[in-house]
Ligand binder design. Structure first.
Ligand code: R5P
Length: 310
């Protein structure tokens, strides 16, 4: 097995390599003056089972291009099998046509990754499970829930706890976590009654006198979770926490979370944390290195990946 890392999340790649007791393959992944990506693999990979670790997070287009160029380099160097390990799969939110003359960019990105040379993909908490079907190569989609569940139990306990999906689209994901913890589920139903009117948050489920844990795949601007927290407190919840797989946390989000009514936000390191994220007391990081490393190990040894979640 060979592990290759792009530049999007070196600390995670190094932690995965440490878990697997392997070294990262020596490679040069850099830029020309005009920012074109340039890659050279400095070790022989002919006939090898190679895993390229690269999240397509901010700057999404640069990191995607790095991944594609690495895949092309490995294919031309005669690697036997190439797995694109994409802890955070960017462009996933563009998985359908929201209106006429709009692209389905998630499908385009799937085509690009396949054409560049990937034999298979390993990712985590895809925004929508059906994105697996956008690829004609095998896709293993890992879940952060088995990582979050013990952390919730250890830090919050399960008494008077409710898992909450911050929107209708995330219900299946939240239900799986609620089932794992054996606690009830609630849903925040976001609705704009008419164009131009402000959003109304309807809470479905009983949260009065209970502590709530919001569970989502992505936090970007932070608007969804911060507004949901206010709505839950308005319904009598005694405290709101949030667990999110991918901390996109774009401009202004960290300050919004810090000033919000959330008690704490837990995100994984699928996206490299900025200094702002690291120093914000309200935000805690959980590493997915072991989970991703185990996924890689099982793919390499051709053993079951799904049994990781039993
Ligand atoms: C949407 O369907 C996703 O699951 C997240 O809820 C969304 O991307 C969060 O975005 P923001 O933090 O900007 O509200």
């Amino acid at each position: 097995m060979k592990l290759l890392a792009g530049n999007s999340n070196r600390p995670l790649a190094e932690a995965i390599a440490a878990y697997l007791r392997a070294n990262l393959t020596s490679a040069t992944v850099q830029r020309f003056n005009d920012m074109e990506v340039w890659v050279e693999i400095n070790e022989n990979v002919r006939g090898e089972d190679v895993f390229v670790i690269q999240s397509t997070s901010y700057p999404a287009n640069d990191n995607l291009m790095e991944l594609l160029v690495c895949l092309d380099a490995l294919r031309r160097a005669s690697a036997k099998r190439i797995t694109a390990v994409i802890p955070y799969f960017g462009y996933a939110r563009q998985d359908r046509k929201p209106g006429p003359r709009t692209p389905i960019s998630a499908k385009l990105v799937a085509n690009l990754i396949t054409t560049a040379g990937a034999s298979r993909v390993l990712t985590m908490d895809l925004h929508a499970g059906q994105i697996q079907g956008f690829f004609d190569i095998p896709v293993d989609n890992l879940y952060a829930a088995p990582l979050f569940a013990p952390d919730i139990e250890n830090n919050l306990g399960a008494d008077d706890l409710v898992i909450v999906s911050p929107d209708v689209g995330g219900v299946a994901r939240a239900r799986a976590l609620a089932k794992r913890l054996d606690v009830p589920l609630a849903i925040v139903d976001k609705r704009r009654e008419r164009a131009g009117a402000s959003e109304v948050m309807n809470v479905i489920g009983d949260v009065a006198g209970k502590r709530c844990v919001l569970f989502d795949d992505i936090i970007d601007s932070g608007g969804t979770l911060c507004n949901a927290a206010d709505a839950l407190l308005g319904e009598g919840s005694t405290g709101v926490y949030a667990y999110v797989t991918h901390g996109v946390l774009s401009a202004g989000a960290v300050a919004r979370v810090a000033a919000s009514s959330l008690e704490q936000l837990v995100v994984t390191d699928s996206i490299r944390a900025t200094e702002g994220v690291r120093v914000t007391e309200k935000i805690r990081l959980l590493s997915v290195a072991q989970l991703m490393g185990e996924g890689i190990s099982r793919i390499s040894s051709e053993s079951s990946v799904s049994s990781l979640f039993d």
